[in-house]
Write a protein that binds this ligand. Structure first.
Ligand code: UDP
Ligand code: MG
Length: 355
């Protein structure tokens, strides 16, 4: 296989540009009356080899240690890199700590949300702003090990578009590991993607992937599903997982209900967005057919004088099946109409364009 990092025309070679200037942060602390920024100036095109994107919510305990570990790993790699922290509306001292860290480190970029929007929103912003050819995401709680970054980057350079971490030995309470196994299994079966751990925070992406997938709601759990659907090549790598040292998990038991609904969303929006009748139609046809067979049989019995329909609840059940089935079909047709009138979004993802 050709090495896509060197031969593919859609991977521009990093241009040597001076170090990124410290960017003006738009924190809530800043006075609103500060002089207007020159908005219309053309943005300087910048590239990095690696962007590390870290969503965080109330992680004051681990940030310094995390940043130290990241610096030591990335520093040794001899590459151009940036670390993007996205403070998802923390109410502790996370932002102040990041601001202090940034003072001494030009590689850092810190984005602060006005309130807690959730991990997906934080990742989406990080993906939008990231300038690296390879983008690594990781959690801020030190459960993921920054020392994995070089080998993940290597796997991307081997030709994968997305490398998902696999927490083979997981340092989490059992209340989390067992449901998570179930989820991973069901997701794998329903989507046909052969990876063990969909929701690992530690992942590596080729630039095109993060610029292409749309992460919203709580779909961060299913990014591999979204990417797979767009045709990106997905791989897996066993990663070390550590116990949470500071703070506590941000996802309670509610994650399982939401996770299930999000799986439906992920399946529906990838496979059936443009053809909803293919989802609702078969269900509707099956129910209508089953109801019709039942009722037809009872009516024949009735005509032959073998039964009276009044005392056959099965007749009612058959009729209900027919009605429900027709409703499913109508739902699918309505979906088709909506999808046809709004068919503006990109429906394909172009890999190469040779001109
Ligand atoms: N996180 C976030 N916004 C939220 C919840 C979590 O940015 O609303 C971050 C959190 O700070 C951490 C990562 O997402 O960096 C994973 O969260 P957590 O460790 O609580 O999840 P778990 O490891 O328990 O699945
Ligand atoms: Mg965690």
């Amino acid at each position: 296989m050709p090495d896509p990092m060197t031969s593919s025309p859609d991977h521009p070679t990093p241009q040597p540009v001076p170090p990124a200037p410290a960017q003006q942060q738009r924190g809530a602390q800043q006075p609103r009356s500060r002089p207007p920024q020159p908005r219309n100036q053309p943005q300087q095109q910048q590239w990095a080899d690696v962007s590390v994107v870290i969503p965080l919510y109330n992680e004051e305990g681990s940030l310094k240690e995390l940043n130290q570990q990241l610096r030591s790993t990335l520093g040794r790699m001899n590459i151009r890199y940036e670390i993007l922290y996205i403070d998802d509306g923390s109410t502790d001292h996370s932002f102040q700590i990041l601001r202090d860290l940034k003072r001494n480190d030009r590689h850092l970029k810190v984005i602060r949300f006005r309130r807690n929007y959730g991990k997906s929103a934080a990742l989406a912003v990080g993906f939008e702003k990231a300038q690296g050819n390879v983008v690594i995401t990781m959690d801020a709680d030190l459960q993921d090990d920054p020392a994995e970054i070089p080998s993940m980057k290597r796997r991307i350079e081997e030709g994968y578009d997305l490398i998902s971490g696999w927490k083979k030995v997981r340092r989490d309470p059992i209340s989390k590991t067992i449901p998570s196994r179930f989820f991973n299994y069901v997701t794998g079966v329903l989507t046909g993607i052969k990876i063990h751990d969909f929701n690992c925070g530690l992942k590596a992406y080729r630039r095109e992937v993060v610029k292409s997938v749309k992460v919203y709601g709580e779909l961060h759990r299913y990014i591999p599903v979204l990417a797979h659907w767009e045709g990106f090549r997905i791989g897996e790598m066993v990663v070390q997982h550590r116990a949470r040292k500071y703070g506590k998990t941000k996802f309670g038991l509610g994650r399982f209900w939401k996770g299930f609904l999000d799986l439906l969303t992920a399946l529906f929006t990838t496979r059936f967005l443009r053809r909803p009748l293919h989802l609702f139609g078969p269900i509707g046809l099956f129910l209508t057919l089953a109801g019709s067979v039942i009722d037809l049989w009872l009516v024949i019995e009735w005509i032959r004088g073998l039964t009276s329909l009044g005392n056959r609840p099965l007749f009612l059940a058959g009729s209900m099946l027919i009605v429900i089935g027709i409703q499913f079909i109508s739902l699918g047709l309505l979906g088709e109409m909506i999808s046809k009138t709004r068919a503006t979004a990109e429906e394909y993802s172009i890999r190469e364009f040779l001109k």
